[in-house]
Design a binder for this molecule. Sequence first.
Ligand code: FE2
Length: 138
Amino acid sequence: MRLVWSSQLETGIRQIDLQHQELIDIINEFEAAHLAGEDARAMNELLPRLAGYVIFHFATEESMLPGIPGGAEHKAMHTEQHKAFKERFAKLKAMPGKDQRGETSAMLEYLKQWLVNHIMKTDMQLAGLIMAREAKAG
Ligand SMILES: [Fe+2]
């Protein structure tokens, strides 16, 4: 099932929310390619595009951290998530081409769970930290 943007996924920080919508769009494009039987395009074109955008997105979020209480812990969580993401890619490369449809399908489920977890856990916490600082700053 396609990921659908909803207010439940909103962190309240516009720049982050817009980037999350872009991540959802890329994952949905990945799914559409898979459903259309274009697994090679999904893996060779859309997955690298998503990986590149994730790096850009993490850099955006990390640029908001300096000076925020709890910012260092948040950066550590990002590093952990990024590592998990990269390990998943490395695993893919280790077993090339045997069952591409199965691999694409598994990757799709992984990406969806990964993104929802990133937004609902990591970034809701980040938004809380940023808003608390803004409230303090008045
Ligand atoms: Fe995020």
